[in-house]
Structure formats: structure tokens, C-alpha cells
Design a protein around this ligand. Structure first.
Ligand SMILES: Nc1nc2c(c(=O)[nH]1)N[C@H]1C(S)=C(S)[C@@H](COP(=O)(O)O)O[C@H]1N2
Ligand SMILES: [Mo]
Length: 413
């Protein structure tokens, strides 16, 4: 190895970057993994947004100014009942798993980010601007996503618009980048001999690990993140392996109500005096007027059971729980919608907070498994799971399963 008496000290100089691992092969392998992975993240992300039924009512829409970006929205189905659970589990678990690959990919091209001159031509300038959007967008999406899953959110403003608009900006740059680079990446993998390009250091240090070794290291990091995250999609002992997914609120404890809790009753500001049998009344409004029901009166209506999961946007979900309560469509019939259940607007006792109310679409109301549940797994709902009554709808995101329900307005959203 030649020893330069005056080693370059600025990152804009190619000789500053000395790892012998950098080169087209490593960058291409990582790039192709991200091409597949990020495409899945983008699609599951858009699907996840559609699952809120944002075009149904402003209360469901966390991104009201989306305009044309909502072009693809559709009425969210109720089948299969684990649809949102699967979609969001894939979105969050895959996102977390790809973090090491993203970091390794950025590391592998970092000399290029510093290269001078900043632009050799108009085309080159455009390419570099798109790279800035690509790198900035990727970091932004991963950081906002991880913060939403891991922490009580710390960004100014709501997570949803930031993550949603960020996704579109990022994905536009990503498509441009993938169109430009995929042919080269595939070519680089087919040629066994390393081609020289600007990623290969002109004065490499002695290698301490092979390129394949580096790839195993990145893959090992991904596997570790996967193994410590994926358990949040399951119940029981598997849940406890989800060391990296602490979110989801209070300790659920054991027994019939011993499954994941998002916001506890105390956190949501639910006062036990409001939910006491002589204080609480369910108000149901519709075509023929208003009906008020005590919990005992609801319990005397025909009750049905449905095995359905809770699946949160944060990526955790529970196995199917056994809910028992009145069918939403039977409640609709009480206020004048005998054969044509309409949309419903559900409000909870909760005084503030983004999820204290939600709208459900007619197809969700009509599904015979959609319940206003009083019981879970054979026991009264616990306060934290929504006592006196909560909504549970097949395939819907957790957000739409309103707890501590106070009022339901059918039709006329
Ligand atoms: N009133 C009210 N209902 C709510 C919420 C809330 O904050 N307030 N959180 C929702 C969210 S985001 C989820 S994931 C589920 C969680 O239900 P669980 O705590 O019974 O598991 O409740 C939903 N219902
Ligand atoms: Mo949630």
C-alpha cells in the first residue's frame, strides 16, 4: 500500500474515502434489496391510509389537504378479517427490518454525496437534486415511522400528514432513481469482476472484512431487528420477544382482558362516575329519532359473538379476541334503518384526543360481525378496553374501534 505523505482531508476529495468495501457490487446488492422492500413499504403504507376510510368523513382524515394524492382511495372491505392486521404488520416490521440495509446503502454511496463539482451539467444537477430528495426522504420516512411506533410522538404537528406527504416526495425520487439505476445494478451483479467506478476508493486501506462479510453483518443486523419486532404481531410468549416494540400503552395483565391496551381509561380521561350503570346511557340517533339505552337494556337485545383482532397503525396487533355485543346493523334498525344500514358516526366519552370519534362506512355497519361489544373473552370489558361499550369491526384499523362509546349517529354524516 502506498503511503501518501499528504492525505486528503476534505470529504470532497475521492481519496478521503478509503474503505475497500465501497464499489458497485455492494451498492447494487443493497440497492436491489431496497428496491423490492421500499416498494412494499410504499404500497402497504398507501393501503394503510385507505383503511381509515379518510374520504368518508373529516374525522377519519388525518391528511385533509391531500387533494389528488387521494386518487386511489376505496371503500375499505371487512374481509378477510385480518386484512389490516397483516398489512400493518408487514409495513412496520419490514420498515424496521430494512433500517440496517438503508444505513448501509447510504454509507456505500456517501462519497458521491460530497463529490465536486456539484453539477457538471443540467442533467447532472437534476440527478443530484433528486438524490437529495431520495436520501432526505428516506431518512425522514424511516425516522417519522420509527418515532410513531416507538415513542409518544415528538414531531411538531401530526404524524400522518408528515409521513404521508413525505412518502410521496420520497417515492417520486425513488422511482426516478430506480429507473436510472436498476439496469446498472443488475449488470454490476452479473459481472463477477468489480468494475471501476467513482465509488471505488483510489487509495483503499487494507480490508478487515470481505464484501460478503459486510453483507452478512448488515443482514445480521436486519435479522436481529426483525426478531425483536415481529413478536408484536402475536400474542402470549411471542409478544414478549418484541423487545424493540414497547409501544401500545399499559401493562395488559392477565385473564380475559389480558391483551394489548393502547390508551388506558385513565390516560384518556375517562371518569368512573361517567361509566357507572346509573350514569351511562348510549345515545343512538337516526332517521326515526333518538333512542337512549342503559347498559342493562343493551344487554337484553340479541347479542352476537365475533372473533376479531385489534390491529394498530403502530404495527402491533392481537390475535383474535372473542367479542360479544349488539350488531351495529341492529342498532341502525332501532332508529329507522331496517334493511339499509347507513354510515355511522361514533363518539366516545373521551373529552379530547384525536381518536375520540370515528366514522364507519355502510359496508362496515352491515357486516354481521361488526359489534358494539359489551364483553370480551367471556368477561365484562375492562375499563381500559372500553367499558361500558366499544366498537369492534372486522379488518378495520384499531383507530376505528372506538372505546367508551357514548353516542352513535346513523346516516347523514
Ligand atoms: N375513545 C377512544 N377509542 C380508541 C382509542 C382512543 O384513544 N380513544 N384508541 C384507538 C386505537 S389507536 C386502538 S389501536 C384501539 C386499541 O384498543 P385496545 O386498547 O382495547 O387494544 O383502540 C382505539 N379506540
Ligand atoms: Mo392504534
Amino acid at each position: 500500500m502506498r503511503d501518501d505523505p499528504r492525505p486528503p482531508r476534505l470529504p470532497t476529495s475521492p481519496g478521503f474515502w478509503r474503505s475497500p468495501l465501497r464499489g458497485p457490487w455492494l451498492t447494487s446488492v443493497l440497492g436491489l434489496v431496497l428496491l423490492a422492500g421500499i416498494t412494499v413499504l410504499f404500497v402497504t403504507g398507501l393501503v394503510s391510509y385507505a383503511a381509515y376510510n379518510p374520504d368518508l368523513s373529516p374525522v377519519n382524515d388525518k391528511t385533509p389537504d391531500k387533494g389528488i394524492l387521494g386518487f386511489y382511495l376505496f371503500a375499505w372491505p371487512t374481509n378477510p378479517h385480518w386484512l389490516y392486521r397483516l398489512n400493518q404488520g408487514v409495513h412496520v416490521t419490514l420498515g424496521v427490518t430494512l433500517i440496517p440495509v438503508l444505513l448501509a446503502k447510504l454509507w456505500s454511496v456517501v462519497p458521491r454525496l460530497f463529490a465536486l463539482p456539484p453539477a457538471r451539467s443540467l442533467a447532472h444537477a437534476l440527478e443530484r437534486i433528486s438524490l437529495l430528495l431520495l436520501v432526505g426522504g428516506a431518512l425522514f420516512e424511516f425516522v417519522t415511522g420509527v418515532l410513531n411506533v416507538q415513542l409518544d410522538y415528538v414531531f411538531p404537528g401530526s404524524f400522518y400528514p408528515l409521513h404521508f406527504y413525505g412518502a410521496w416526495v420520497f417515492f417520486a425520487a425513488f422511482v426516478a432513481h430506480a429507473l436510472l439505476k436498476t439496469p446498472t445494478a443488475l449488470r454490476n451483479l452479473r459481472h463477477l469482476r468489480e468494475e471501476k467506478n467513482d465509488l471505488v476508493s483510489p487509495r483503499p486501506t487494507e480490508p478487515t472484512v470481505s464484501r460478503r462479510g459486510a453483507l452478512w453483518f448488515v443482514g445480521g443486523g436486519s435479522l436481529l431487528l426483525f426478531a425483536t419486532t415481529v413478536g408484536q404481531n402475536f400474542g402470549g410468549a411471542l409478544r414478549r420477544t418484541a423487545l424493540l416494540a414497547p409501544h401500545g400503552g399499559g401493562e395488559p395483565g392477565s385473564g380475559p382482558n389480558g391483551f394489548q391496551i393502547n390508551k388506558t381509561a385513565a390516560y384518556a380521561g375517562i371518569d368512573a362516575a361517567q361509566t357507572a350503570p346509573d350514569a351511562w346511557r348510549l345515545v343512538v340517533r337516526g332517521r326515526t329519532g333518538t333512542v337512549r339505552l342503559s347498559r342493562a337494556e343493551i344487554a337484553r337485545l340479541p347479542l352476537y359473538s365475533a372473533a376479531l383482532p385489534i390491529a394498530c397503525v403502530e404495527g402491533w396487533s392481537t390475535p383474535d379476541q372473542w367479542w360479544r355485543g349488539v350488531r351495529l346493523r341492529d342498532l341502525a334498525a332501532l332508529v329507522g334503518y331496517e334493511d339499509d344500514p347507513p354510515d355511522v358516526f361514533v363518539e366516545s366519552l373521551q373529552p379530547r384526543g384525536a381518536f375520540r370519534k370515528a366514522a364507519l362506512r355502510a359496508n362496515q355497519v352491515a357486516d354481521p360481525r361488526s359489534l358494539l361489544a359489551l364483553y370480551v373473552n367471556g368477561e365484562e370489558l375492562s375499563p381500559d378496553h372500553g367499558y361500558p361499550a366499544r366498537i369492534i369491526v372486522p379488518a378495520a384499523p384499531g383507530v376505528l374501534n372506538t372505546k367508551w362509546v357514548a353516542r352513535m349517529t346513523f346516516g347523514d354524516l
